[in-house]
Design a protein around this ligand. Structure first.
Ligand SMILES: *[C@@H]1O[C@H](CO)[C@@H](O)[C@H](O)[C@H]1NC(C)=O
Ligand SMILES: *[C@@H]1O[C@H](CO)[C@@H](O)[C@H](O)[C@H]1NC(C)=O
Ligand SMILES: *[C@@H]1O[C@H](CO)[C@@H](O)[C@H](O)[C@H]1NC(C)=O
Ligand SMILES: *[C@@H]1O[C@H](CO)[C@@H](O)[C@H](O)[C@H]1NC(C)=O
Length: 275
């Protein structure tokens, strides 16, 4: 099944790009500022699973030609140029300046999709205050940026706020997979007394994130018991997060819908972004 899929994909995409490939393959003598080995590694780390790529090129300089040639040489799968295939999650952008690059990203790349992988190469210097390093452009996508003045990688998309980190060694460009590490962040959680699932009952009144509420003290082994509570504690240990458990206000457990709003209960807490 897997083999069949690969063959099929190769045939379909070969038909798309083979027309332009020969012409683009210029015999360029100019040396690139990225070595071939590094280029290969950058592609592999930025697109670990993609068997295809959407490529965008902006700028008609010799530098851009050299880099694009290098991409053609080192990207082992098929790619489309200047057109868009949403089936393919990998996006390669190459530009001579950061402004050209930014417009392309904003226009063309579905950055809200969390599986989107972006590799941007800018044939220019950028600084840590450059607008191409503005995190908000990239929403939920995975991003590596390569420039003449350094390489940057965007932190994982499950942990806010996201930040760009300057890379010291190439392998830091790898996007993390597998078990999530929430790095001790505090989650706001909802629960109510509901044996045998949850025995939490003693609360104190507190204001957290500017919202008043009752929070379970959870400082007693008899209360930190119950099937769901135990599972929750295991999750918090494994995923490395801390927590505060907010009791639903009002008398309802899950709440009641009322037109455009939700009254009380745990769903009400979700609805109001309290948890
Ligand atoms: C960005 O930082 C550099 C120094 O690192 C500075 O020279 C430049 O003026 C700054 N640019 C902006 C737009 O803040
Ligand atoms: C959990 O997060 C803390 C805080 O960021 C970190 O120091 C620690 O190494 C993490 N623990 C594990 C097991 O990843
Ligand atoms: C805590 O808040 C609840 C409801 O908001 C209120 O009924 C209760 O009296 C408060 N307890 C204290 C000790 O202030
Ligand atoms: C719905 O619930 C909200 C919050 O309790 C309340 O302010 C609002 O008046 C209710 N709306 C209706 C139509 O009952």
């Amino acid at each position: 099944m897997y083999k069949f899929y690969c063959v099929f994909l190769a045939i379909v995409s070969a038909a798309i790009v083979s027309a332009g490939k020969e012409k683009i393959m210029l015999n360029l003598k100019k040396e690139s500022w990225i070595s071939d080995n590094d280029f290969k590694a950058i592609i592999k780390l930025s697109f670990p699973f993609s068997l295809c790529c959407n490529a965008y090129v902006k700028g008609k300089t010799l530098g851009v030609d050299v880099l694009f040639n290098q991409f053609i040489k080192n990207f082992k799968y098929e790619y489309t140029v200047q057109s868009l295939s949403y089936d393919c999650h990998a996006y390669f952008g190459l530009a001579s300046s950061e402004n050209d690059m930014m417009n392309k990203v904003k226009e063309r790349v579905p950055t809200s999709i969390s599986t989107t992988e972006l590799l941007l190469i800018i044939d220019d210097k950028i600084t840590s205050n450059s607008s191409i390093l503005d995190v908000s452009i990239y929403k939920n996508s995975n991003v590596n940026i390569i420039s003449r003045s350094g390489y940057w990688t965007l932190s994982e998309n499950y942990l806010f706020p996201r930040v760009f980190k300057k890379v010291k060694r190439l392998k830091e460009l790898r996007h993390k997979r597998g078990i999530v590490d929430l790095q001790g962040r505090q989650l706001q959680v909802a629960a109510f007394y509901n044996p045998p699932f949850c025995y939490l009952s003693t609360t104190i009144n507190q204001t957290i994130n500017k919202i008043d509420g009752q929070f379970f003290l959870a400082n007693d082994d008899r209360e930190l018991d119950g099937i769901e509570t135990k599972l929750f504690l295991l999750m918090s240990k494994r995923l490395n997060f801390t927590w505060k458990i907010r009791k639903p206000n009002h008398y309802f457990r899950y709440g009641r819908p009322n037109g455009s709003n939700w009254e009380g209960g745990m769903i009400g807490q979700l609805f109001r972004n309290e948890v």
